[in-house]
Ligand binder design. Structure first.
Ligand code: ADE
Length: 314
């Protein structure tokens, strides 16, 4: 209430009042970090922490040029993802992201829908890339590494299903050689797996790389069993005892996955040494579907640690 002593404030007069509501600090992110969910129109931001991304719903505040204020959804000092969000899913292991983070002088090249991170890691020139799933993606990726980045060595890691009762979830298989278990030209008299008109049946990994990989694994993952053996690849997630038995019978392989033979073949055609390192995520039988999400995380961690050490020893 204004006391208005002596009636000095009269009708028709104006006054200026200042109200202090205090101030609040909000997180500000680049607009590239904002993902709009089609359908609902809700906005999300991927936050990276400890090798994983989470998909956080956010409430947008003001736009300031190329940045947005966030009212809620992302903690202070978070690392937010500003590229390649379409390839991420909530809770996904982004172990290659870890490798990328540790790289220096990184230059990103996009080709064939893949992002090639070229830079240095442990003082070595490296290119880190996620090929995507399946043999075609893997072959295209390998050829780009060789053609555009002059790769002298190709190292591939990922997960695989075990084809051997002694090889358990969490163990590692390092390739001796690779076969395409889904190549079939039997009608022309070739054995299953043999690519017609090619001299070789399987694609052999480089011995020196194999030895280095075994050593690196023993150094960083001493509790994990390492096996060296054949890996069979096909454009098929094997989750059936009958299919598994057939692959074991035909190829005597230790593990099954979906890229290795294509990488091996591309490397072989270009005379580039390679090795495939796979952490076992499932048993490639009827239990595969159940085991897969549970152990994928553990498997991915083993591989990332191994590759880092491998690069030190290269
Ligand atoms: N990668 C991991 N597990 C696999 C499986 N069972 N079959 C094919 N690829 C795989």
């Amino acid at each position: 209430k204004l006391s208005n002593k002596d009636q000095r404030v009269r009708p028709g007069m104006f006054a200026r009042a200042t109200l202090n509501f205090g101030s609040k600090d909000n997180v500000v992110v680049p607009d590239l970090a904002i993902v709009k969910q089609s359908g609902s129109g809700d906005r999300y931001v991927y936050v990276y922490k400890d090798g994983k991304v989470t998909y956080n719903k956010v409430e947008l505040g003001r736009r300031m040029g190329a940045e947005y204020e966030l009212i809620s959804g992302v903690p202070d000092n978070s690392q937010v993802v500003i590229a390649g969000q379409t390839k991420l899913v909530n809770g996904m292991e982004v172990e290659v992201e870890k490798l990328k983070e540790r790289m220096q002088d990184v230059e990103i090249t996009r080709k064939a829908s893949m992002e090639f991170y070229a830079g240095t890691l442990e003082g070595k020139n490296v290119v880190v890339v996620r090929s995507g799933i399946g043999k075609v993606n893997a072959a295209v990726c390998t050829q780009i590494l060789i053609d555009d980045f002059d790769a002298e060595v190709v190292i591939n890691t990922g997960i695989a299903g075990s084809l051997n009762a002694d090889i358990n979830i969490g163990d590692l298989v390092i390739s001796t050689d690779l076969v395409h278990h889904d190549m079939n030209a039997v009608a022309f008299g070739y054995p299953v797996g043999q690519i017609p008109q090619m001299e070789t049946f399987s694609f052999k990994s480089d011995e020196a790389l194999r030895k280095l990989a075994v050593q690196a694994c023993k150094d960083v993952n001493p509790d994990i069993e390492v096996f060296e053996g054949r890996i069979a690849s096909g454009d098929q997630f094997v989750a059936d005892q009958g299919v598994k038995d057939e692959i074991v019978k035909q190829f005597d392989a230790y593990a099954v996955e979906m890229e290795g033979a294509a990488i091996g073949q591309a490397a072989y055609l270009n005379e580039i040494p390679f090795v495939i390192l796979r952490a076992i995520s499932d048993k490639a039988d009827n239990s595969a579907e159940m085991d897969y999400p549970t152990f994928e995380k553990k498997a991915a961690e083993h591989c990332a640690k191994l590759v880092e050490e491998f690069i030190v020893e290269l």
